[in-house]
Ligand binder design. Sequence first.
Ligand SMILES: [Zn+2]
Length: 303
Amino acid sequence: MTGSAPPPGKRAAGFYRYKVGDYEITAVTDGATTSPLAENFVINQKKDDVNAALAVAFLEKDKVTIPYTPIVVNTGTKLIVMDTGTAEANFERTKGAAGQFQTNLKAAGFDRDAVDMVVISHFHRDHFDGLLSADDKPAFPNAEILVPAVEWKYWMDDGEMSRAPAGRIADQFKNARRVFDALGRKVTQYEAGKDVAPGITAVATYGHSPGHTSYVISSGAGKVFVQVDVTNLPQLFARNPGWHAFFDHDPKMAEETRRKVYDMLAAEKMMVQGFHYPFPAVAYVEKTPTGYREIPVSWNPMP
Ligand SMILES: [Zn+2]
């Protein structure tokens, strides 16, 4: 017998379901993109030290692979998408590496027309570009779009835009207008500390972005903290909470937020869902002498 079957070179559709009380959560991958490790990926560390941390986590040196994992929450009465991934248009741009959210959503049995709400955490492209379909139409035509009021106030303010440094930050202002103008700016703003939906409470976790928001989802005795980008890759930034990723808007505030959130996660032994964690992006956190360590949940065939 020889192995003559052609290798398919593709993975199965990526989604993972689990229960939080009566709620069903489905982590749905948008894919992941790999880039060379930039000199300033961690602005307050040398590249050699970042490579050493990658080695500790058994990751390849000189490159970073960043996964994107939005989630779908079914509360029993509402179907809620939380963050959208990098958008369908990104599928071609990345040769299929990312922009997979809608395909995997469908594979997970969801109809985009049935989504009641889309809750956006902050206005970085990987989190909200997917509000638009490949032809710049609403990707979730029947959904109410919820955005953090603080985030909206900053990025949609023309005065703030006029003072923004050219390059990445200026582009983020322009991109927010591109996406929300295509939606006729039809959004509902929400405040931190309040519920965005029954059992889903918005938590201010500012720093990564001016209005960056996380969530506690609770139902019955179940609870999960949706940390969004409190850390980027946990292998680097949970294990080294003092490291500042170059895309943190206010790195000092982001670090304070990170330490506060991770102290809480470790103390309360609370499950965490992390947008840039390894798929399915669900873990627990423990404190270590130098920071924190993420322990991925064990896979279970039954939700
Ligand atoms: Zn992100």
